[in-house]
Design a binder for this molecule. Structure first.
Ligand code: SF4
Length: 448
């Protein structure tokens, strides 16, 4: 790519990607933990999709019972370090903390959880749980992302033989490959993968179900199967020029950045990002932190409708990202490589079935923005081709159909959870699904 932004020094890269929320010191963690009121009805715990017993793990910090605190956290959530660093805590646990109602700062639950989990990792992740004796049953899990890992850990503790099949060469899914490095390091996710392996779970990486191993073989080999396959196929914009060099999908770009080999990631001097969700914001801020001179986000609705969290929007603005609202790409221009994006101004019309006003183009409002790189973040879809190879498995509306109580699919041997059933939520929702599915797989295998 021509017009590549100048490379930065290692010190500049490290400063640009420094953690947004640095760790607590021991003294600061104790002071913060002592602020907790240990509310009897724990609204924070209810707001956490994995229902971590927050007041109990915080109480244990105050008494120096770090092992006990880690055990309290992990008994609810096997990707607790990722969640501590990457969860939108201000809309989940911290958003529910009673201190908000008093007009005071909520307890920094995320940072306290991170303090405990960092301690646990530094101590070499000692075994805190003893798996039950083997029960003679085996479960196959497709996908080593947050839902697959959570499901695997729970089943291993119940005495199942568990094998995870992961298409990528490194396990961890979105936690390993898709989280901005100023939120967490890839190594944090890899530590969680190790934690699950320590429970006796086998993880086979580089295995594509349907190619390396057939669905039929897998079905014969295991008593039940959990699908934690996430969303793999980026949504196309459906406009001319998408195939030009310099046009990227947001998650592919973010994946390159998570390896922390900053120098190896080329970024254009002028970058446009299509979309205004949290992933789009991650891609935009990463491009800026890698040295892009100008990054502009294009969104077809107004600021009011943008799907990104407010704190992500504020972070992007602080990073100098520009926003063009009510703007949609019409075509991408270039001769072999992207040179500009032609846009249309939009206006909001009638409300759609979800209550959001539909954007409609203003005729004759075309204008061009010169760019050297274009990042598309218009969402992702399930892998229909792979899923259609599972007999009887139904998909609808872009997700795998499950019984919402049991997470069992329309093929009774298959359960599913995470992004492939919810269309893309937080990693903590995926962890909660994995755990829920494990309990239901156990009930189905022993009660059916
Ligand atoms: Fe502590 Fe806040 Fe949870 Fe109450 S709501 S238990 S103060 S973290």
């Amino acid at each position: 790519m021509n017009n590549i932004a100048s490379k930065l020094s290692n010190e500049e890269y490290e400063a640009n990607f420094a953690e947004l929320h640095p760790p607590f010191t021991s003294a600061a963690a104790t002071v913060e933990a002592n602020r907790c009121l240990y509310c009897f009805d724990s609204p924070c715990m209810k707001a956490c999709p994995t229902h971590i017993d927050i007041s109990t793990f915080i109480k244990k910090i105050t008494t120096g019972n770090m092992k006990g605190s880690a055990k309290t956290i992990l008994s609810s959530n096997w990707i607790a370090l990722t969640c501590a660093k990457a969860c939108p805590v201000n809309v989940l646990c911290e958003g529910a903390c009673v201190y908000n109602a008093k007009g005071e700062e909520p307890i920094q639950i995320g940072r306290l959880q991170r303090y405990v989990m960092d301690w646990y990792v530094e101590k070499g992740m000692p075994q805190l749980f003893t798996p039950a004796p083997k029960n003679g049953k085996s479960v196959g899990i497709i996908g080593a992302g947050p839902s697959g890992l959570a499901c695997a850990a729970e089943l291993a503790l119940m005495g199942y033989e568990v094998v995870i099949y992961e298409a990528k060469h490194i396990a961890g899914g979105l936690d390993t490959h898709g989280i901005a490095p100023y939120k967490m390091k890839q190594q944090d996710s890899l530590n969680e993968v190790k934690m699950v392996e320590k429970l006796g779970v086998t993880i086979k990486t580089g295995v594509r179900v349907g190619e390396t191993i057939s669905v039929e073989d897998l079905t014969k080999k295991h008593d039940a199967i959990f699908l934690g396959v996430g969303l793999k196929t980026p949504t196309r914009l459906g406009i001319p020029g998408e195939e030009l060099n310099g046009v990227y999908d947001a998650l592919t770009f973010i994946e390159k950045v998570t390896t922390r080999k900053w120098n190896s990631v080329d970024v254009g001097k002028r970058v446009a990002v299509i979309g205004a969700g949290n992933t789009a914001i991650d891609a935009a801020t990463e491009a800026k932190r890698l040295g892009a001179e100008k990054v502009c986000m294009l969104y077809r609705r107004s600021e009011k409708e943008m799907p990104a969290y407010k704190f992500e929007f504020e972070l992007a603005k602080k990073d100098g990202i520009e926003f063009q609202f009510l703007t949609a790409p019409k075509r991408i221009l270039g001769n072999g490589k992207v040179e500009a994006v032609e846009c249309l101004k939009m206006e909001l019309g009638e409300k759609d079935s979800e209550g959001r006003r539909k954007p409609k183009p203003i005729p004759g409002s075309e204008f061009q923005i010169p760019v050297d790189m274009l990042i598309k973040s218009a969402g992702q879809n399930i892998e229909e081709t792979f899923l259609s190879g599972i007999p009887g498995l139904k998909t609808a509306g872009g997700v795998v159909v499950v019984n919402s109580e049991t997470l069992q699919t329309t093929n009774v041997k298959f359960f599913a959870g995470g992004d492939c059933i919810n269309g893309g939520k937080e990693v903590v929702n995926a962890a909660a699904d994995g755990k829920k599915a494990a309990g239901n797989i156990d009930r189905w295998l022993f009660v059916k």
